[in-house]
Design a protein around this ligand. Structure first.
Ligand SMILES: *[C@@H]1O[C@H](CO)[C@@H](O)[C@H](O)[C@H]1NC(C)=O
Ligand SMILES: *[C@@H]1O[C@H](CO)[C@@H](O)[C@H](O)[C@H]1NC(C)=O
Ligand SMILES: *[C@@H]1O[C@H](CO)[C@@H](O)[C@H](O)[C@H]1NC(C)=O
Ligand SMILES: [Cu+2]
Length: 214
């Protein structure tokens, strides 16, 4: 069995799971950093080296906690491979959800992303958000404990339907960080409309060693 029906689990609604990779060989990035998701869908953040987080902000104030609601994953220190835990959030509507990593200066270095970027956006999209983040000084907002989502064990996920960004906004630079996982999870073509979650998620043997941040 390589896949499970999310539909069957939900019993009613066909929620799609969109996987976003955090950190890893790509460096200070979310991959993809730009996802289109429907109401009820789940965004599943998978954490790779080094020690990242994901936090929702408001559009105008990157690197700071959203003023109301929002989410914060906590930090996921990973020395090698993928954390065996993922952070999931539920998409309740199709308004943009802007997010960043709160570790060190990762946010101002461009570790930001968006779910459901404004479709009609001319110049206020991810690139502007990233620019605003770049001028942020100070300590990026985090919290004492995770909130607004669920930490659960990794079960893989569909390969996040990346959107082509609205206005040439930066997407990941060509090189998909398919880190050389020795037996790559069967790359099912994107034909199935999101009802399958590839049970990939090669769970690296995650040694939680102390990882020094630079
Ligand atoms: C979606 O709604 C639930 C229930 O109100 C809430 O707990 C969750 O934080 C919301 N998700 C987001 C991304 O705001
Ligand atoms: C997921 O997408 C990345 C590129 O975005 C690709 O390298 C990888 O092989 C895909 N994985 C699966 C399971 O389709
Ligand atoms: C991960 O980062 C957080 C925030 O900087 C820090 O408090 C924590 O000690 C780090 N964990 C490890 C194992 O380095
Ligand atoms: Cu980070």
């Amino acid at each position: 069995m390589k896949s499970i029906g999310i539909l069957a689990l939900a019993g009613a609604v066909a929620a799609e799971v969109h996987k976003i990779e955090v950190g890893g060989s790509g460096g200070l990035v979310f991959n993809p950093n730009n996802v289109r998701a429907a109401q009820g869908d789940i965004i599943e953040y998978h954490f790779y080296a080094k020690n990242h987080s994901v936090v929702q902000s408001d559009y105008d104030t990157p690197c700071q906690l959203a003023k109301s609601n929002g989410f914060y994953s906590g930090y996921f220190p990973v020395s090698d491979g993928e954390s065996k835990s993922v952070f999931q959030i539920t998409v309740n509507n199709t308004n943009p959800i802007w997010f960043y990593c709160s570790q060190g200066n990762h946010c101002s270095q461009g570790m930001v992303g968006v779910i459901n970027p404004p479709a009609d956006d001319k110049n206020g999209g991810l690139e502007d958000y990233r620019k605003k983040a770049a001028s942020f000084t100070g300590k990026a907002g985090d919290s004492a404990a995770a909130f607004g989502g669920q930490i659960t064990s990794s079960t893989g996920g569909t390969n996040g339907s990346t959107t082509t960004s609205p206005s040439g906004t930066a997407t990941n630079s060509g090189s998909p960080s398919s880190t050389s996982a020795s037996s790559s999870p069967s790359s099912t073509p994107n034909t199935a409309p999101g009802l399958q979650a590839a049970v990939g998620g090669v769970l690296g043997a995650l040694g939680l060693t102390i990882w020094s941040l630079v």
